[in-house]
Design a protein around this ligand. Structure first.
Ligand code: FAD
Length: 301
């Protein structure tokens, strides 16, 4: 059985065209065009690996922004991998090493007609779709506007987002922090609906939790680095023609708060039922907010 590898790849854009390399000297997809990248080395994370690979393979300094992780499974090559893809700015001029026989810059419509290595075509389609919807993840700084405990272990955080920030309800943002000299990111669902100029988290502060202790210390006026939006857990357009039924537990309700308030604000007319579980009465999240929403929109139960 093929072992599961880890690889990192880059989506590099210049003047509306994307960099592809023709694979050379390889047991997988030899002679195919594909996105540049390669295997992680021992002890390396995806981000460090993609920077190193892009320097080695195409001689560019790459400043990666995480895009998405994909599972690759190609039994014909005994190939299984988790592939982390990044996009971002580069510096320098392309010069290939022996891993590719050619490089080229291609328009999205040209890529559509090509057969690419691995699932790189799907990755490019996903990237172009998010780009056109303006929901590509970004790294940005944010200011804490409000931070308070709302129960013994739940903290409410309201924070600023850039004017152009867009997301689909259900998506999350990751909060960056430095631990032992390494940047770590912890995801939290966005609880507010889009277009407000701010966003909200509800965070369970776990005593022994590492991100929890960082989040627990945040106070009004602090600056944090965020990455996102990310995540595919969103309401599909086709589901908006039906009644919606949500079941959550604890802070799992946060993504639903965003989804429910935004579909109601958009004029959703069918029934919405929310079944939310909490450990005890003191931990019920956003009870008032939900009751008020239910008064304004009687189709919410
Ligand atoms: C897409 C996504 C969205 C998320 N959204 C939210 C959110 O809106 N609010 C939120 O609070 N968290 C959310 N989380 C969880 C969050 O990312 C962290 O995993 C969580 O805060 C614990 O991180 P930590 O570093 O504090 O704990 P860690 O240091 O990772 O864990 C410490 C210990 O606590 C245990 N532990 C971890 N989580 C829990 C828990 N919930 N209850 C009991 N024990 C636990 C671990 O197993 C471990 O033993 C989300 C996670 C994902 C993947």
């Amino acid at each position: 059985m093929a072992r599961n590898r880890k690889t990192a790849g880059a989506i590099i854009e210049k003047d509306g065209k994307f960099l592809l390399v023709k694979r050379n000297n390889t047991k997988t997809f030899e002679g195919y065009w594909g996105l540049p990248g390669g295997n992680l080395e021992e002890g390396e994370n995806f981000e460090d690996a993609v920077k190193r690979e892009i320097k080695e393979e195409v001689n560019l300094d790459f400043y990666p922004v995480p895009f998405r992780k994909y599972a690759e499974d190609f039994p014909q090559f005994s190939w299984k991998a988790t592939a982390g893809f990044f996009f971002g700015k580069t510096n320098g001029n392309v010069k290939i090493n022996g891993e590719s026989s050619e490089f080229g810059w291609f328009l999205p419509r040209e890529i559509k007609k090509m057969e690419l290595a691995f699932n790189h075509k799907k990755i490019m389609e996903d990237f172009m779709e998010q780009k056109s919807k303006k929901i590509l993840p970004k790294i940005f700084n944010s200011k804490i506007l409000e931070a308070r405990k709302i129960s013994s272990d739940i903290k409410y955080i309201k924070f600023s987002v850039p004017g152009e920030f867009e997301f689909t309800p259900g998506q999350y943002l990751s909060v960056s922090r430095i631990s032992d000299g390494k940047k770590l990111r912890t995801p939290y669902s966005i609880a507010s609906s889009p277009g407000k100029g701010f966003a909200e988290f509800f965070i369970r502060i776990i005593d022994v939790g590492k991100a929890s202790s960082y989040m627990g210390n945040l106070k009004k006026g602090d600056e944090i680095e965020l990455f996102g939006p990310a995540g595919k857990f969103v309401i599909e357009e086709s589901s908006k023609r039906k009644d919606l039924f949500f079941i959550s537990n604890g802070t799992g309700i946060t993504a639903f708060l965003s989804m429910i308030s935004s579909v109601l604000e958009e004029g959703f007319g069918k029934k919405i039922i929310l079944l939310a579980g909490f450990r005890n009465e003191n931990e019920i999240l956003c009870e008032k907010r939900l009751i008020n929403l239910g008064k304004k929109f009687p189709n919410l139960e």
